[in-house]
Design a protein around this ligand. Structure first.
Ligand code: ZN
Length: 128
């Protein structure tokens, strides 16, 4: 059985009216306005998480190196600073640790006397 309409719609011209196009453009811009900031925030959070993991791994390997070398870091130092890429030469890291946001890692001593890896992008510059 076919449903029949009791009223017939007026015959329309082909294509869209200006108001229909404007509504579509408005809705698309609304979706973009919501989606783009969420996307950027989530990639920032992901990069920070990767950076934190990389730092923790580098700290753990540095600690191992120092235990193996009786806390003597002179072999992996350059200009008075520990250089993490030298842990690669020593076989403690597969590759030099890198921040996904292109921050530079520096090793410093924390308040508890242990070595801590800091990222120039995530630990020093950023305020969030
Ligand atoms: Zn970083």
């Amino acid at each position: 059985m076919r449903a029949t309409s009791t009223w017939t719609s007026p015959r329309r011209e082909e294509g869209f009216t200006l108001i229909e196009i404007l509504i579509v453009i408005f809705l698309l811009s609304l979706i973009l306005a919501v989606a783009v900031p969420n996307y950027t925030k989530s990639t920032e959070r992901a990069e920070k998480a990767i950076c934190d993991n990389t730092k923790k791994g580098a700290e753990a390997q540095l600690e191992l190196y120092l235990i193996d070398h009786k806390q003597d870091a002179t072999k992996i130092m350059e200009n008075g600073e520990i250089v993490l890429s030298k842990l690669v030469d020593e076989g403690y890291l597969k590759e030099a640790p890198q921040c996904p946001s292109n921050g530079k890692y520096r090793v410093g001593k924390g308040s508890d006397g242990t070595y801590q890896v800091k990222c120039s992008f995530h630990d020093e510059v950023s305020t969030h």
